[in-house]
Write a protein that binds this ligand. Structure first.
Ligand code: AMP
Length: 578
């Protein structure tokens, strides 16, 4: 990094709140908004007097009183055609997010005393490429050079891990924000962070708890929430504001008073009601139930059970609620990690990642890897009896595969004398290719004429920046065509493409090629003839794990399997027995 480019900052672009921070002089510094608050509400609204668009707390207040003058939670619309109306004018998610990002740029510049131009922006791990692309675009529209799109749980784990690199282990990141719930299982292995699986609920967050509390208070006051919502939206807005404050108080206090405002046609005057934490938690029970599914799905996706978990990290303001902390402790049999403010964990991690990109010496040498949030694959023909049915999705890089990665599949021609094959590239999980998102295509020509079944090896290589290289090799002739697809940058320059190709070429190296691995396999195979049966079984199982990791070209898994096997082989070589 040259000195005049300035530092790279980290940005948490949240559904409810956004933050920006920098890592300097060995520590993370969160920038405050002009109002002295580290959190900037992700809300845009029009100032009634001046007609200007405002971002942040003032916008949030305007929006609460006049929903038609503002927009909030537009992160949910990222990557879609949804538009949001502000005083009659329509805005996309990208435009609104870019306004938030512009505001953060100004706040960063004010604190830094100079222009901040480069950043890392975090996104939920489940965001697909369109959503990541939209986020990057929002950053670019705001004048940022977006150096990296980083997964939120990865950022949170970095925030918790980098200051005290613990032993290897498995970390669960539980993120309950204002409007979303995400669970992510990650491995920490020799300083590297690796996402194993993600699951979540995109329509469940702290605000649902606020609404439950508001509804409980309204019932106690002798009215009903649904009727009030219909007849008196302003009354409900005011009640929700009070319930929000009460909910926060209940994180500390055993009971709280909520003054229920008058509600048209139901309550003529304000009614004070007292709600205990226990009552509130009873009202929250159905929401807590809904948290179970994603926890289970993430554990299943990682192939683990709770005894495998070594650390639990809480992210998002709503995890301050005692019932959430209890829930997490019971679910994972562990007390959550402390020390990082749950509201700021993601931005802390983003700032540290930014410093890593800038090669800041202070952050050490933590390596970050990631997973593919969706499967990437192609469309193939299936044979049912004599019938050929086209259009089935064949994943080549599976969802949750560790990236960077490179995976191959052999495809065959289906017609006699077929000399061309079109490789359509899709992202998604649906069985039918057309139900997934098409992200590009590649034509393979000059396949030798002959009977159906001429083979083409298709290799997908995917890197941390979301750049996918598709390479097709005609097995018979060795002729190869390849194409680089980037879905996270509008247009790649030639130099960028060359740089990407260089990086990808490195990833493609088959770990099997290393002489050390070949030698280890040979040693293990030799030993198998000599050892007793239970040791043989154990060796065989370890070799299977290694072979599987090699076939998947998963460098971390290979490393792990090699280490285990090496240890065992050395033991056996030394004549010792386990
Ligand atoms: P985030 O999107 O991470 O900023 O989360 C915001 C959510 O956290 C909102 O629903 C807040 O009501 C909630 N929240 C923040 N602080 C607390 C607290 N002390 N107790 C309970 N909920 C909180």
């Amino acid at each position: 990094m040259s000195a005049d480019e300035g530092p790279i900052v980290g940005i948490d672009l949240g559904t409810t709140n956004s933050t920006v921070a920098v890592f300097r002089a060995g520590a993370v510094e969160v920038f405050e908004s002009g109002l002295g608050d580290p959190l900037t509400p992700s809300v845009v609204a029009m100032d009634k007097r001046g007609g200007a668009l405002l971002v942040g707390r003032t916008a949030k207040d305007i929006y609460a009183a006049h929903p038609e003058l503002g927009a909030a939670a537009f992160k949910r619309g990222m990557g879609s055609d949804l538009s949001y109306s502000i005083a009659g004018a329509k805005y996309s998610s990208v435009e609104l997010s870019s306004m938030v990002l512009k505001q953060l740029k100004q706040d960063a510049a004010r604190t830094l005393g100079r222009e901040a131009s480069r950043c890392v922006i975090t996104v939920p791990a489940y965001f697909n490429e369109a959503q990541r692309f939209a986020t990057r675009k929002a950053g670019e529209m705001a004048g940022w050079v977006v150096e990296r799109i980083l997964n939120e749980p990865t950022a949170a784990a970095i925030a918790h891990g980098v200051h005290g690199k613990g032993p290897d282990g498995t970390i669960v990141v539980v993120d309950l924000g204002g409007g979303t719930f995400d669970v992510c299982v990650m491995d920490r292995f020799e300083g590297a962070l690796m996402v194993r699986s993600v699951a979540g609920e995109s329509m469940l967050g702290g605000e649902d708890f606020t609404r439950r509390l508001a509804s409980l208070a309204l019932t106690r006051a002798g009215a009903t929430y649904e009727t009030a919502e219909m007849n008196d939206p302003e009354g409900i807005t005011l009640l929700l504001k009070r319930a929000e404050l009460a909910k926060r108080k209940l994180s500390e206090a055993e009971s709280v008073e909520i003054v229920v405002p008058p509600v048209r046609r139901q309550l003529d005057q304000p009614v004070p009601v007292t709600v205990s934490r226990e009552d509130a938690e009873d009202a929250f029970a159905p929401l807590l139930d809904r948290l179970r599914g994603p926890c289970r799905a993430a554990m299943r996706g990682a192939g683990l059970n709770k005894t495998d978990i070594t650390e639990v990290i809480l992210v998002g303001g709503a995890t301050r609620m005692p019932c959430i902390q209890r829930f997490v402790r019971e679910r994972f049999d562990r007390a959550p990690q402390e020390g990082v403010d749950p509201d700021l964990a993601i931005v802390h991690g983003a700032a540290i990642q930014a410093a890593l990109i800038a090669d800041d010496e202070g952050v050490g040498d933590m390596v970050v890897t990631d997973v593919a949030s969706h499967s990437l694959g192609t469309s193939v023909v299936k044979h049912y009896g004599h019938k050929k049915v086209d259009g089935f999705f064949l994943p080549i890089i599976h969802r949750n595969s560790v990236i960077p990665t490179s995976q191959s599949q052999i495809l065959s021609t289906v017609e006699p004398n077929q000399t061309q094959m079109r490789i359509d590239v899709y992202e998604g999980e649906a069985r039918l290719a057309s139900h997934n998102r098409k992200i590009g295509e590649l034509i393979v020509k000059d396949i030798p004429r002959g009977a159906p079944g001429q083979q083409v090896e298709v290799t997908f290589t995917y890197d941390l920046d979301g750049i996918l290289e598709v390479e097709c090799r005609i097995v018979d002739t060795g002729k190869t065509v390849s194409k680089i697809l980037s879905r996270t940058s509008t247009s790649l320059s030639d130099t960028e493409i060359q740089a990407a190709a260089k990086r990808l070429a490195k990833i493609k190296q088959d770990p099997r090629e290393t002489p050390a691995v070949r030698d280890l396999i040979a040693r293990a195979e030799l030993l198998m003839r000599e050892v007793v049966s239970d040791q043989r079984e154990r060796l065989e199982a370890m070799l299977d794990v290694l072979e599987d990791a090699l076939a998947r070209r998963d460098p971390e898994a290979v490393e792990r399997a090699v280490r285990d096997l090496e240890r065992f082989v050395s033991f056996l070589d030394d004549g010792e027995r386990w």
